[in-house]
Design a protein around this ligand. Structure first.
Ligand SMILES: CC/C=C/CC(=O)SCCNC(=O)CCNC(=O)[C@H](O)C(C)(C)COP(=O)(O)OP(=O)(O)OC[C@H]1O[C@@H](n2cnc3c(N)ncnc32)[C@H](O)[C@@H]1OP(=O)(O)O
Length: 719
């Protein structure tokens, strides 16, 4: 796991060999410990170079080992032995030096990086802190403020920035290993003490306490309940206030606390779940390993509304040439201006040139005959989308892939109007499409494996976390959102206020509560959908009482709010009051409180005190329950997919792992018991009826999440 060689006569070359990222597994740590001991003992060896095989220095500790009892030599003494040795050790960093990998390099006396390498301490993203001396050595090397920023965010740093910050000593476009070997010979005999970071003091500006206090305030505000960033600040404070050994002691104490936390488990689960969803498989036996994507060099986007514009920008940023289509010249010009502005803004931030040359604008669909893949992003209306698909089917080349960016319409119905249903797939982007990381790739019943591979591969090129989902109303994300929204509205009827509900959800870790999100998206969006579904407006069954629709409880509150012209942020009033139309700062609105009070009086509802726990249980458990139904119906590959959809698309706090992981952490019997309780209290809300899968899991002893698939009744998923 670590290869040893003697090169150029006097240089010991230690190579980490644990593909794909040379993670510091027990075997690698043992290999390094033995190799370093050998090099330090061998009188013929005058200096040492540590590098990684296959162009990767080291991706850090082996995260898979965290769930198992610790074996092999620990990292801290291994790194100390390198630093304390009397021979210069040079780290040759290619690819990445992350986490324990960078900590290993910080224990070396010199660091040389390839120009394409990246370094960083991403432990905080795993619910941990850099506990192999990272919180103590990095501040000593680069100073307090930059170290705080890197450690509390886990941000990856390019080799160039690392050089500027002083993390690395040299950057090369050639082989970092070759330069390191040469360098290791040059530094033989030079004093080593100044290069041993543990012997140095952290350089501190006079306002050190202010810097630390401000960092703590910033981190607490951003963390939304995540503990690791707070612990990172505490550990770095120790690098300033305490001698090295005492600082290390503090680092270990904080790490021990984090390591056992449910947040660390959640974040590590997310790390693997994010990678697992990329490995899709279909019930036909096709999977990501045996299905080849089609080449896509030229794409098209139909419709330059909010979604179409974002998708166009995302495609251009990924280097694809794009034909952007609108129905008339005026719309086209408007779309063009917006897309150009977005690309210029983005390029400016990255100090790059906007790739406007990749774009072609037209109102003529016949110009799509050479495009490989078309994404329809017109208004969410089945008739209109069908018309577009019919036309696309006749103008596009026969093997062009046709994608729809619907947020919930039937992909099969759309595919049925084309001559190539096997080349039709849903690509559900989330607004703003060039920013949001989530992509639901919707498999129609006839979508071919090749077309699924193409959409998933394109998602990856766009930097998205792409999740394969089945073709059901609302797909996965929006389907699960409905019971959540319903519960939030019912809570208002029963005595809550928007700020009470939002407060509980924000305290849980959502960046915004449900009513603030609705105001941001525009309340008219849901209003239109409810009208089309016959839940409000002229198509309502006249026999339905006001608070019952289609056989179940219904809250007309959101409709009443819209009828008052309160459409959310854009109109300056929604569930909250804003300082002006388009304003962002929400303040509680006495008019809404009055509306709720009048409503309750009108309907004879006695308001009651509602606490945060009830808000969370009713909103989140109803959503989770629908998640179990999604699994039962075979509309998602597994709980990991659902969790990634919620983490990347709906602001579910990552340190809570996603709804299905959260359910497992709370305990499935508890979720079931609370759903049963609320169902008894609200028998007219079918969403509260516990799903059969949840019941079956509980009866079978609540197996761990990765075993849930074994309890599905359907032999095959719908994917
Ligand atoms: C005592 C505790 C001390 C903790 C200190 C630490 O070091 S904690 C770990 C800190 N390191 C990280 O957080 C890095 C995590 N990895 C990455 O950011 C990326 O994987 C990468 C190194 C930048 C490589 O990215 P790339 O896109 O090229 O590949 P993948 O992400 O798909 O990874 C390939 C496979 O490798 C697995 N993997 C990656 N890093 C680790 C790791 N540190 N431990 C274990 N496994 C790791 C990853 O899961 C992939 O596996 P597959 O089975 O192929 O999905």
């Amino acid at each position: 796991m670590a290869r040893y060689a003697q090169v150029q006569g006097s240089v010991a070359l230690i190579t980490l060999t644990n593909p794909p990222v040379n993670a510091l597994s027990a075997a690698v740590r043992l290999g390094i410990t033995e190799a370093v001991t050998r090099a330090l003992r061998d009188p013929k060896v005058k200096s040492v170079v540590i590098c990684g095989e296959n162009g990767v220095f080291c991706g850090g500790a082996d995260i898979r080992e965290f769930a198992k009892p610790m074996t092999g030599p620990p990292l801290v003494p291994m790194i100390s032995a390198i630093e304390e040795g009397d021979k210069p050790v040079v780290a040759a960093i290619e690819g990445v030096a992350f986490g324990g990998g960078l900590e290993l390099a910080l224990g070396c006396h010199y660091r040389i990086a390839h120009s394409k390498a990246r370094v960083g301490l991403p432990e905080v993203t795993l619910g941990l802190l850099p506990a192999a001396g990272g919180t103590q050595r990095l501040p000593r090397l680069i100073g307090l403020a930059p170290a705080l920023e890197l450690i509390t965010t886990g941000r990856h740093v390019t080799a160039q920035e690392a050089l500027k910050l002083g993390i690395v000593d040299k950057v090369t476009d050639q082989s970092a290993q070759d330069l390191a070997i040469q360098f290791a010979q040059e530094v033989i005999g030079q004093p080593l003490l100044p290069r041993k970071l543990s012997t140095q003091l952290t350089p501190c500006p006079p306002d050190v306490d202010t810097i630390l206090d401000e960092a703590m305030a910033r981190v607490k505000q951003r963390a939304r309940g995540a503990m690791a960033p707070v612990a990172c600040v505490q550990a770095v404070r120790a690098a300033v206030n305490l001698p090295y050994q005492a600082g290390m002691q503090k680092e270990q104490e904080l790490m021990a606390f984090l390591f056992r936390s449910s947040q660390a488990r959640a974040l590590q689960y997310c790390f693997f779940a994010q990678r697992a969803v990329g490995k899709w498989s279909l019930s036909s036996g096709a999977h990501s390993g045996n299905s080849k994507p089609r080449p896509v060099t030229k794409a098209a986007v139909i419709g330059l509304g909010t979604m179409g514009r974002g998708i166009t920008v995302a495609l251009v940023k990924a280097g694809l040439s794009v034909v952007a289509v609108e129905t008339n010249k005026k719309q086209l010009e408007m779309g063009k201006q917006m897309v150009s502005a977005m690309l210029k803004h983005d390029a400016q931030k990255m100090n790059a040139v906007p790739r406007l040359d990749l774009l072609h604008y037209t109102t003529d669909l016949s110009e799509l005959k050479n495009t490989d893949l078309i994404i329809e992003a017109v208004f969410e209306d089945m008739a209109l989308k069908k018309e577009v698909f019919k036309k696309l089917s006749s103008v596009c080349k026969p093997d062009a892939v046709l994608c729809t960016n619907t947020s919930g319409l039937d992909v099969d119905e759309l595919a049925s109007v084309t001559k190539r249903p096997e080349l039709v797939v849903g690509m559900h982007f989330f607004a703003p499409a060039h920013v949001m990381k989530l992509l639901e790739v919707v498999r129609g019943s006839r979508s071919s494996p090749e077309v699924m591979a193409t959409a998933m591969h394109l998602g990856k090129r766009l930097g998205k976390v792409s999740v394969v989902v089945g073709n059901c109303s609302g797909f996965v994300g929006n389907r699960m959102l409905r019971p959540y929204l319903d519960q939030a509205n019912f809570l208002l009827e029963e005595g809550a206020t928007p700020e009470l509900v939002d407060g509980a959800l924000e305290e849980f870790g959502f960046p915004m509560g449900v009513f603030k999100v609705s105001d941001l998206s525009g309340l008219d969006v849901g209003w239109r959908i409810r009208k089309e579904a016959g839940l409000t407006g002229p198509n309502v069954d006249p026999k339905d009482p006001l608070r019952r629709r289609q056989g179940r409880r219904y809250s007309p509150l959101p409709d009443l709010v819209c009828e008052q012209g309160r459409l959310g942020q854009k109109s300056g009033r929604g569930w909250y009051l804003y300082d002006k139309p388009g304003g962002r700062v929400a303040t509680p609105d006495p008019d809404i409180h009055k509306l709720l009070e009048d409503y309750r009086v009108r309907h004879g509802i006695r308001p009651r005190q509602i606490g945060s726990q009830e808000v969370l249980e009713r909103c989140l458990f109803a959503l989770i329950n629908e998640g179990f139904r999604v699994l039962e119906d075979g509309m998602a590959m597994g709980p990991e997919g659902i969790d990634m959809i919620y983490v990347f698309g709906y602001g579910w706090p990552r340190h809570r792992g996603g709804p299905m992981f959260y359910a497992a952490m709370v305990g499935l019997p508890r979720v079931l018991e609370r759903l049963e309780y609320y169902q008894q209290v609200h028998p007219d809300v079918p969403h509260l009826q516990p799903s059969s899968l949840l019941r079956r899991l509980v009866v079978n002893g609540s197996p761990p999440l990765d075993k849930w698939r074994d309890f599905l009744q359907r032999p095959h998923s719908q994917l």
